[in-house]
Design a protein around this ligand. Structure first.
Ligand SMILES: NC(=O)c1ccc[n+]([C@@H]2O[C@H](COP(=O)([O-])OP(=O)(O)OC[C@H]3O[C@@H](n4cnc5c(N)ncnc54)[C@H](O)[C@@H]3O)[C@@H](O)[C@H]2O)c1
Length: 468
């Protein structure tokens, strides 16, 4: 669905009209357009607190890109980079005030007490006006629960507030994220840094994710990270599901698209387009989990990735909602996911270093009028992820969720115009996201190198004001 206001606001006449009236200006977001994972292109600025522990790992990753890299001239980054292939140029305050930076990475893992938080101000204050349009800021911290002292835990937890506010100040399509790295997980940062420093996270901002330890340290061809993998996507015939199928196929996976039998023709067309296969099935059918499991075992000897995307809304205030509307939503959005996971895991049909990715919603975080059934189901999805994450990770399988905000699809096209406009504008990007934005986040979770990511819930909502 198109957003006429976005087009108007970015036309020469529209820009001056909305400026005069003080209306929100939705920027044109840079999105990823070619194969593989690339960093946003433009100058990069690195910084760290004096006792940070992650910069050598960051420098090794950044050495794979060819943008110029700078660091403030008195910074420990220069020392950390000495051990790597990365060529870091020392930058004076004068240069920092002239150069525009497309990507900024700050290693805050060494902030060991609250007085050290002043380092954040020291680094970011001089460069806040130097962040390029659609720039990418990443702050690295140490997982608060895994710190050595309560003073460090307090300081590390404070990074979340800093990042979320920074994300609201960077503007013009720029984003800011916080990555908590647990001790021992330093080698598992690459897929996450590549995602957050690229146009692939166009509609993700103000998020905090945790990278845990994992025994799977997998080398990846970043041009086709899912090569050789088999992925199943539910609700794949249209909307977000179709975009997920397309992006996973773009990244090299064989994708099995699943949807209700009534959508079989669209599903078949999708399968042809992406060189995948189709499985018409209603996931709420009692036999569906067994049929699906049998299909993947028979045709592919198992699965590497399952994306639980199928979902429905049946909105009514609780006083007007009959039991059937409640049951329909819970059955599609939550109960069938649990049953399918159980069937696949019992049959050992998900291969080692496998991925389960669930689509929740910010309605499951913030709640929404007229959506008690939907919000219950989507909050339950988050519960499903969090309650199983540790145990599945021990078995070599990760489970994570994405929680989309307002995404332009047929589901949101059915929302009344006034509510639709509010949904589109009430976020830091002043616009709705596209299905591909959700799909890119799922492809990052699906990457074989993302083995340290489990139990995360990533909002793809342009930093929606709801439930923030
Ligand atoms: N669009 C948004 O703004 C938004 C926001 C938050 C979350 N979500 C979630 O994202 C997911 C996709 O949403 P969308 O906007 O693309 O919706 P959509 O209605 O366009 O697509 C949903 C797909 O799920 C399929 N489906 C429904 N019931 C099924 C069943 N019983 N068995 C198999 N397939 C079934 C439908 O046929 C459809 O193809 C849903 O889980 C939705 O709740 C969407």
């Amino acid at each position: 669905m198109s957003d006429p206001y976005l087009n108007f606001a970015n036309s020469p006449i529209g820009r001056s009209v909305i400026e005069r009236l003080g209306l929100p200006h939705p920027p044109v977001l840079e999105r990823y357009s070619t194969h593989g994972s690339v960093f946003s292109s433009g100058s990069c600025l690195l910084g760290m607190s004096s006792t940070g522990t992650l910069m050598t790992h960051v420098a090794k990753i950044m050495a794979a890109q060819d943008n110029p890299v700078f660091a403030p001239d008195n910074d420990s980054v220069l020392k950390a980079a000495l051990d790597t292939e990365l060529n870091v140029r020392a930058a004076s305050l004068e240069l920092l005030s002239k150069e525009k930076f497309k990507t900024l990475v700050y290693d805050a893992s060494g902030l060991s007490d609250t007085t050290a938080l002043a380092d954040l101000h020291r680094f970011f204050h001089p460069v806040m006006r130097q962040i390029a349009e659609c720039g990418r800021v990443v702050i690295l911290g140490c997982t608060p629960e895994k710190t050595a002292s309560s003073a460090q835990r307090t300081a590390q937890r404070a990074l979340e507030g800093f990042t979320r506010s920074l994300a609201k100040e960077v503007r013009k399509g720029a984003t800011a994220q916080l990555i908590y790295v647990s001790p021992g997980a330093e080698n598992l940062m690459e897929s996450t840094l590549r995602f957050f420093l690229s146009p692939r996270c166009a509609y993700v901002s103000g998020q905090a994710v945790t990278i845990n330890t994992s025994e799977h340290l997998t080398a990846v061809d970043w041009k086709a990270p899912l090569q050789g993998k088999v992925a199943l996507v539910t609700g794949a015939s249209r909307g977000i599901g179709a975009a997920i199928a397309e992006v996973l196929a773009r990244d090299g996976a064989h994708v099995i698209g699943l949807d209700i039998p009534n959508a079989a023709m669209d599903l078949q067309a999708l399968a042809q387009r992406i060189g995948g296969s189709s499985l018409p099935l209603d996931i709420t059918d009692y036999q569906a989990p067994a049929q699906l499991t049998q299909f993947v075992l028979q045709h592919h000897h198992g699965l590497d990735i399952i994306v639980h995307n199928a979902g429905i809304t049946r909105d009514k205030t609780l006083a007007r909602m009959n039991q059937d509307l409640w049951n329909q939503v819970l059955n599609v959005n939550l109960i069938s996911e649990e049953r399918i996971n159980d069937a696949l895991l019992n049959a050992e049909a998900i291969r080692h270093n496998g991925r389960i990715i669930c689509v929740s919603s910010i309605s499951g975080i913030a709640g929404n009028l007229g959506q008690t059934n939907y919000s219950t189901s989507k909050a339950g999805v988050i519960g499903l992820v969090q309650s199983h994450a540790e145990a599945y990770a021990k078995a070599g399988i990760t489970i994570n969720a994405v929680a989309p905000g307002f995404i332009e699809t047929q589901m949101t096209a059915a929302v009344p115009l006034a509510i639709r406009e509010v949904g589109r504008r009430m976020n830091s990007m002043s616009q709705g996201g596209l299905p591909v934005d959700v799909a890119e986040a799922i492809a990052w979770f699906a990457c074989p190198a993302s083995s340290g990511l489990y139990g995360n819930v990533l909002r793809v909502c342009g930093q929606s004001f709801l439930g923030a």
